[in-house]
Design a protein around this ligand. Structure first.
Ligand code: PHE
Length: 366
């Protein structure tokens, strides 16, 4: 009898002192396991006479109950302590929202620039860039507009008060065409590139903002002709607008840096107050819209850029990115592009995950 009392007390002490769940499990096996001393004691009851059993059973039963209760209580205590330690040890990264609420968005202009790059990359065009703060030699002179050229005045140029160290005027580039010059000087011929970016003119109304976006295209090689230009633009616009019925009209025009020069118009119709690209501009219910200028690179420009015009020819184009973005995604006020109104951005912006690719489509899935 005292044996059981002592043994029980020893077990309860060991349980209370168990430092871990593993140690506690050892104590459980030691007492209540198949070969534990309590289990063995219980087995001895079977071989006893009824009287002996009546005398011995209560002590063993209560020992078992006391040990089982102590094991449960200690187990709960150890588990709580372990959970607390884990919570203190493990930090949870709360920076990723559980419900992916859309925070920022990709501006349609950025999205369209990515689309452009993707399409032209497939045609073997590299993407070039140049400075937005330019000098008048790259922006005008080398593009066949000397100081007295009337086209200079038509560009509504923003000039800086200071000049470069070699006496050139400093200005905000009025078009992406100076990137033609910089690229030809840097890499020579042959060339196949686009140059998307910001340009600036002192002009502001519903269809003009002082800063807007253009993409320049330049191809220089042997035997390049106007047919290459038309095919390239047509192929591009079909991919960009994701429709086959794109009809372009090349209209004779004038730019000092191209000869001959053509303006590029696209046929469109109006559906539900919205302009939809496609179809012949002279067809019933259709009209033409100007998308940009282009032409064969003027011999003088090739010469300025150090390329022999008897060996190489080229074509160039300049398109308004904002305008083609408006056409594709149905915005009607250019000024809203640059207001930074979160409601507009929420509505017209794109998900970061919506990367234009030729395989998945350059059109956004919204
Ligand atoms: N730079 C011209 C403009 O801004 C567009 C253009 C580019 C025209 C290339 C012809 C060739 O209006």
């Amino acid at each position: 009898m005292t044996d059981i009392t002592n043994q029980t007390q020893a077990a309860l002490d060991a349980i209370a002192a168990a430092p871990s769940l593993d140690a506690l499990e050892e104590q459980r096996l030691d007492a209540l396991g198949k070969k534990g001393w309590v289990s063995l004691a219980l087995k001895t009851l079977g071989g006893m006479s009824p009287d002996e059993r009546t005398a011995a059973a209560p002590a063993i039963q209560s020992a078992r109950a006391a040990i089982a209760d102590a094991l449960d209580a200690k187990k709960a205590a150890l588990e709580t302590a372990e959970l607390e330690a884990r919570l203190a040890r493990e930090t949870i990264d709360l920076t990723l929202p559980a419900a992916p609420a859309r925070r920022g968005s990709v501006h349609p202009v950025s999205q369209v620039m990515d689309e452009l790059a993707e399409i032209f990359a497939d045609l073997g065009f590299a993407v070039a860039t140049g400075p937005e703060i330019e000098d008048d030699w790259h922006n005008f002179t080398a593009l066949n507009m000397d100081e007295t050229h009337p086209a200079r005045a038509m560009h509504d140029t923003f000039y800086f008060p200071d000049k470069t160290s070699d006496g050139r005027e400093v200005l905000l580039r009025t078009h992406t065409s100076p990137v033609q010059i910089r690229s030809m000087l840097a890499q020579g011929a042959p060339i196949r590139l686009i140059a998307p970016g910001r340009v600036y003119r002192s002009d502001s109304d519903a269809t003009h903002t002082p800063m807007f976006h253009q993409v320049e295209g330049l191809v220089v090689g042997r035997d390049i002709h106007l047919g290459h230009l038309k095919w390239t633009l047509e192929t591009f616009f079909k991919a960009f607008f994701e429709r086959e019925d794109i009809v372009l009209r090349l209209r004779p025009s004038y730019f000092p840096f191209t000869e001959p020069s053509v303006e590029v118009d696209v046929g469109y119709s109006t559906e539900g107050g919205r302009r939809v690209v496609g179809g012949h501009g002279d067809a019933p219910g259709h009209a033409w819209m100007e998308l940009g200028g282009s032409g064969m690179v003027n011999r003088r420009v090739l010469e300025f850029a150090g390329i022999d015009p008897d060996e190489y020819q080229g074509f160039a184009f300049g398109l308004g990115i904002d305008r083609i973005a408006m056409l594709k995604y149905g915005m009607n006020d250019l000024r809203a592009f640059f207001d930074g109104d979160p409601r507009w951005l929420q509505h017209y912006g794109f998900s970061l995950f919506d990367q234009p690719t030729l395989s998945a489509g350059v059109g956004a899935k919204v």
